[in-house]
Structures are given as C-alpha cells and as structure tokens.
Design a protein around this ligand. Structure first.
Ligand code: CP
Length: 305
C-alpha cells in the first residue's frame, strides 16, 4: 500500500486489512508517536464531516504531521470555479497525501488518476467509504474476537449508505451471513449483492428489524441519507422506518454490539447509549487508530512496537 491511493475497498486485499488492523492495535496501545514530523497531510472536504475529517486530523497530529486543507468549499478557490483536477494538482504541491471527501461518485478515482501524491477516499457520494470500512472491521474484530462466521445485520438505508457498500464487500472475505433490513426502495444495490453471491454466502432480506435482533452478532444501524434523495416526499416516507430502542435489545445475544457510522438522527434513541451493547461512540474513537495505521502505511513509515 506504500505510496498507493486508497479509493475503494477493492484496492486492498484481506492481507492488507489484517496488516492495518494489527497496526491499529499498536496505535491504540500507544497513540502518541512522533514519526510523521517530516510530512504534510491535506484534508480537503467538499461535503460535511465531523468524524472522518477530525479523526484523520487527530491521527496526523498525534503522529507529528502538519495538517492543511479546507472543510468548506466556500473558503477555497473551488468557489471561483476551479476544477477538481486543478485543485488536486495544487494541493499535491503542498502535501504528501490528500484525504478527500466529495459528493460525486467516482471523484476519488479521478483524483487518484491525476494526483502525483496518494489520495485517500474519505467518501465519494453514495459509492465507497473505505477508511470507515477498515475502522468498522477493527471494531467488529475487537468486540467479537474474530471476523469469520458472524451474523451481521445492516439496517436502514442500504441503497445510498456508502459505509454499508464498502463493509459488505469487505465482509464477503469472512464467511459472513448477511441480514439486510431496509424499506423496499432502499435495498442493497444488486451491484453490491453480486459480491455476496459470488462467494456463495447467505443473505436474507427483511423490511422489519425486530425479528433480526436476536439472531445477530452485530447490529449495524444506518442513517437514511436525506441528502441523496431527489424527491423530499420519498425521504419523508422512509425517514423514521427503523428506530432502535433500548427495550428492543432485551432478547439480543450477549455478544451483540450495536454499531453505527454516525451521525445518527432518529435511528437509535438515547436510552440505548448506556447499554453495554452500544458500541458506536467507541467505534468512532477507533477511527483515529485505524487512520494512524493507514497514514503510516501509505507514507511508508515504520512503526516500532
Ligand atoms: N462516519 C462518517 O463518515 O462520519 P462523518 O460524516 O462525520 O465523517
């Protein structure tokens, strides 16, 4: 992965995932290591973000790197009409790696083709979010002590949820049984289901969440992605389709953990937060360690024990 872009979860192998997750464990044990003091990390976000941008910036800062970038296109020359290509060429003059979020699917791939420095895709439209996928794998492995042979439920917006697309594809490497809960109009796209079918793995589709909860090891809740709907009425119809309340976890397996890439809107009521099965805030914290592992790997910097 040294000097390579990370655009899609397809760009890396199962062996790469394991290396990153093992390295992230080292950073969790000791996150403050000044080993990137000679590097500049750029974060350019054309779409809003709290966790991805700040955890990348925190990861880089804790490793001693300098961080530059913008989180609001209105404060950049994109506002004056500068193209994505020109923006990437300029930012690559000033940095060693570029972390980019953009609303257009395929924009990260395009940026990686024109950029002389590696591009890390921090989310491109409803397509992919590979670094979220890696922190999700880390969180699953940490809570379940394994990745193989788990029953995992994905609930909510499986059509537009880019975190779901990347994670489902990655989990097809681990004999996962998938439980896919969504309204009819927000089902997992066939282009993603194809990967499950290719590995001859089981998947079950539901429109109700209750029957799924007692069966699974991970309950991965997602937000209905309002910003991806062309028709506001369609969003209104499905926006509160699934709301997880504490009581609903009474019959869950002991090892079940509730995950969510966040932000949540109404999908998980606050009474779940104190349940030991709630893992979403810790999941977001794990993002710092995984992103430290990614930055050092892509920049080719050794990490001592
Ligand atoms: N999980 C995630 O991508 O969150 P942000 O949109 O806050 O970065």
């Amino acid at each position: 992965m040294k000097n390579k872009s990370l655009v899609s979860i397809h760009d890396i192998t199962k062996e790469d995932y394991n290396k990153i997750l093992n390295l992230a464990e080292k950073f969790e044990a000791n996150p403050k290591r000044i080993i990137l003091e000679d590097y500049v990390v750029a974060t350019i976000f054309f779409e809003p973000s709290t966790r991805t941008r700040l955890s990348f910036e925190s990861a880089a800062s804790r490793l001693g790197a300098k961080v530059i970038g913008f989180s609001d296109v209105a404060s950049s020359s994109v506002k004056k009409g500068e193209s994505l290509k020109d923006t990437i060429l300029m930012v690559s003059n000033y940095s060693d790696v570029i972390v980019m979020r953009h609303p257009k699917e395929g924009s990260a791939r395009y940026a990686s083709e024109v950029s002389p420095v590696p591009i890390i895709n921090a989310g491109d439209g409803s397509n992919q979010h590979p670094t979220q996928c890696l922190l999700d794998l880390y969180s699953i492995r940490k809570t379940q002590k394994k990745l193989e042979n788990l029953d995992i439920a994905f609930v909510g917006d499986l059509k537009y949820g880019r975190t779901v697309h990347s994670l489902v594809i990655a989990l097809t490497n681990y004999k996962t049984t998938f439980h896919l809960v969504s309204p009819e109009e927000l089902k997992l796209p066939s282009s993603v289901k194809r990967y499950i079918k290719e590995k001859n793995l089981e998947y079950h589709q539901y429109t109700e969440m209750d029957e799924v909860i007692p069966k699974v090891d991970i309950l991965y809740m997602t937000r209905i992605q309002q910003e991806r709907f062309a028709d506001p009425l369609e969003y209104e119809r499905v926006k509160n389709a699934y709301v997880l309340k504490n009581k609903m976890l009474d019959d869950a397996k002991k090892n079940l953990r509730v995950m969510h890439p966040l932000p949540r809107v109404n999908e998980i009521t606050v009474d779940v937060d104190d349940n030991p099965k709630a893992y979403y805030f810790k999941q977001a914290q794990n993002g710092v360690y995984v992103r430290q592992a990614l930055l050092t790997t892509i920049l080719g910097v050794d990490v001592k024990n």
